[in-house]
Ligand binder design. Structure first.
Ligand code: APR
Length: 236
């Protein structure tokens, strides 16, 4: 049976399906991922820009990198794959989406149960007092209006704790799931990469490159997220 036909069956039979997405879910929207040959970490060393230490000791470089990502995001929008997942939620085929992505595209496409495990690029806050600010203030390198501290995007930097409520909700749902659909992630980053192994349900991976043959998944579909989701949606 064609993989997407089998996946469609699994989705229809599942009473509780959770989706876990990574940067590969947004490359068809025009956003680079991180570890593909065209990914962000091919040109930037994450330890010099995506850590608290980098933010504190080299704010100009930290600021430039996140300004570039915010400007890249401005020109991009969700693709058909995001809309299909939102439609499946409305039809009761998907319960929630746990995402490592900070682009906000799942919510923008209409998904409502979205757990942003790595935060959100467009939620700007003061690195000192936590006061909220706006993207425009960050892009213009303004200081925090309340305490004069440096502004930062609300993304989880390497070494930082994940937002507890997002993590707990994702874990609770994944533990309950009959099916976990993992889309567009290299599974390199802890603790998000532990989630699929925490379900008693079936696991399916949709990924463009499949490292190690997708070991540990009950089904592996090698392909582009948008295309595979569209094909599966057609069958459903
Ligand atoms: N369809 C399916 N898979 C794709 C597509 C696509 N259109 N484009 C890329 N991919 C795959 C790549 O082959 C790769 O295996 O998606 C995966 C993306 O992996 P990463 O770039 O490592 O991104 P991700 O797994 O989300 O990274 C996790 O690392 O740097 C941190 O915080 C950052 O959230 C990020 C985390």
């Amino acid at each position: 049976m064609k993989d997407t036909k089998r996946l469609a069956e699994w989705i229809k039979q599942s009473r509780f399906t959770v989706v876990l997405t990574g940067a590969g879910m947004s490359t068809e929207s025009g956003l680079p991922d991180f570890r593909s040959k065209s990914g962000w970490w091919k040109n930037y060393d994450p330890t010099t820009i995506a850590t608290v230490d980098a933010m504190e000791t080299n704010y100009p470089l930290f600021h430039d990198f996140y300004c570039m990502r915010l400007k890249t995001l401005e020109g991009c929008s969700p693709h058909q794959g995001h809309y299909i997942l939102a439609d499946w939620e409305k039809k009761g085929l998907v319960q929630s989406v746990a995402t490592q992505n900070v682009d906000g595209f799942h919510k923008a496409a209409g998904s409502s149960n979205v757990y942003e495990l790595h935060g959100s690029l467009q939620s700007i806050r003061c690195s000192l007092c936590g006061g909220l600010s706006g993207v425009k203030d960050f892009l213009e390198k303004e200081a925090c209006r309340s305490c004069g501290g440096r502004l930062r995007p609300g993304v989880v930097l390497f070494g930082e704790m994940l937002p507890q409520d997002a993590w707990n909700s994702a874990l609770r749902d994944i533990e309950r799931a009959d099916l976990v659909l993992v889309i567009g992630t290299s599974m390199q980053v802890y603790p998000a990469n532990q989630l699929p192994s925490m379900t008693k349900g079936k696991t399916a991976l949709i990924n463009y490159e499949v490292q190690g043959g997708g070991s540990g998944f009950d089904m592996v579909i090698k392909g582009k997220a948008g295309k595979v989701l569209a094909e599966t949606d057609q069958i459903i």
